[in-house]
Design a binder for this molecule. Structure first.
Ligand SMILES: O=P(O)(O)OC[C@H]1O[C@H](O[C@H]2O[C@H](CO)[C@@H](O)[C@H](O)[C@H]2O)[C@H](O)[C@@H](O)[C@@H]1O
Length: 241
C-alpha cells in the first residue's frame, strides 16, 4: 500500500474517496459486460459512503447507467466527466457535441473488418475495443484518426486495450472537480485511485487540491488488494477512537 495514504480515522473524517471502476474496484474482464462484481462490494461502498458523510464517489469512463448497475446509486462522475450524478438529484450532462452518426457506422465497419474488435456506444462518443485482437490496435487507431482528421471538436483517447473517440472539453479531472464542489465533499481532501491513462487527469486534479491521486500499480496493485483495504477501513477507524 502507498505510504502516504492517510490512516482510516483521518480518511473517513477528513477526506473524500473517489474511485475508478475498471481495473481499480473491478478486475479487468475480456469484455465490458463480463466484469465480475464481488458479492458485498456495492454494500461496502454504500456503507463507506454513509460513514464518510456522503463523500465517496465513482469517477468512471462508463456510462452512468452501467456504473449504477454495477455499484449502485452513489455520487458518480460518468463518461469521463461528461455526466454528473448526485443522487437523489437528476443527472446533469455537459453540453458537448456528439460524434456524427456516420462515424459510428464507420467504426462499426472497422470492427467488422477486424473480427474480435467491437464498438461500445456512449452518449457523446464511442469506444473501439481490441482486447480480443491486440494485433489490430494500431490499424484501428489509424482508422479513427483518419475519421476525425480536421475536426478539432473531437479527440482519441488511449484506454485499456481500446480507443475512445469523444468530444473535447471533458475529462476525469473536470469530473472530480465537479464532485468536490458538491456539499458532501466540500472542505474534504480528495483521495482518488485509478489505474489507467484516462485517470491521469483526475490524479492531477486531486493533487492540485492538496489531496492525493494514486495509480493502482504504484499503490494497491490489484483490485483485490484495494477491496480488502476498503473493507478494513471502518474497523480500523473504530480501533483508533
Ligand atoms: O474509468 P473506468 O471505470 O475504469 O472505465 C474505463 C472503461 O472501462 C471499460 O472498458 C475497460 O474494461 C473492460 C472490462 O474489464 C475491458 O473489457 C476493456 O478492455 C477495458 O477497456 C468500459 O467498457 C469503458 O466504457 C470505460 O471507459
Amino acid at each position: 500500500m502507498h505510504p502516504g495514504i492517510p490512516d482510516s480515522a483521518d480518511l473517513l473524517s477528513r477526506h473524500a474517496l473517489l474511485l475508478d471502476i475498471d481495473g481499480t474496484l473491478l478486475d479487468i474482464a475480456p469484455t465490458p459486460e463480463q466484469v465480475h462484481v464481488p458479492e458485498g462490494l456495492p454494500m461496502l461502498l454504500a456503507s463507506l459512503h454513509r460513514q464518510m458523510g456522503g463523500a465517496l464517489a465513482l469517477v468512471t469512463g462508463r456510462p452512468l447507467v452501467q456504473a449504477v448497475a454495477l455499484m449502485g446509486s452513489l455520487p458518480t462522475s460518468a463518461e469521463h466527466g461528461a455526466v454528473l450524478c448526485l443522487p437523489p438529484a437528476e443527472p446533469v450532462r455537459l453540453n458537448l457535441p456528439r460524434v456524427p452518426d456516420d462515424w459510428r457506422a464507420a467504426a462499426a465497419r472497422l470492427a467488422e473488418a477486424h473480427p474480435g474488435a467491437r464498438v461500445e456506444t456512449k452518449h457523446a462518443g464511442f469506444v473501439l475495443h481490441y482486447r480480443a485482437i491486440p494485433e489490430a490496435g494500431l490499424v484501428l487507431e489509424q482508422g479513427l484518426r483518419d475519421m476525425i482528421a480536421g475536426d478539432a471538436r473531437f479527440e482519441i483517447l488511449p484506454a485499456s486495450m481500446a480507443w475512445e473517440l469523444r468530444p473535447r472539453g471533458t475529462d476525469k479531472g473536470i469530473g472530480l472537480n465537479a464532485l468536490m464542489e458538491s456539499p458532501a465533499f466540500a472542505g474534504r481532501l480528495p483521495l482518488f485511485i485509478g489505474d489507467d491513462v484516462t485517470d491521469q487527469a483526475a490524479i492531477a486534479a486531486a493533487e492540485a487540491m492538496g489531496g492525493m491521486g494514486l495509480q493502482m500499480d504504484a499503490s494497491f496493485e490489484t483490485p483485490t488488494a484495494l477491496r480488502a483495504w476498503l473493507a478494513s477501513l471502518p474497523a480500523e477507524a473504530e480501533e483508533k477512537l
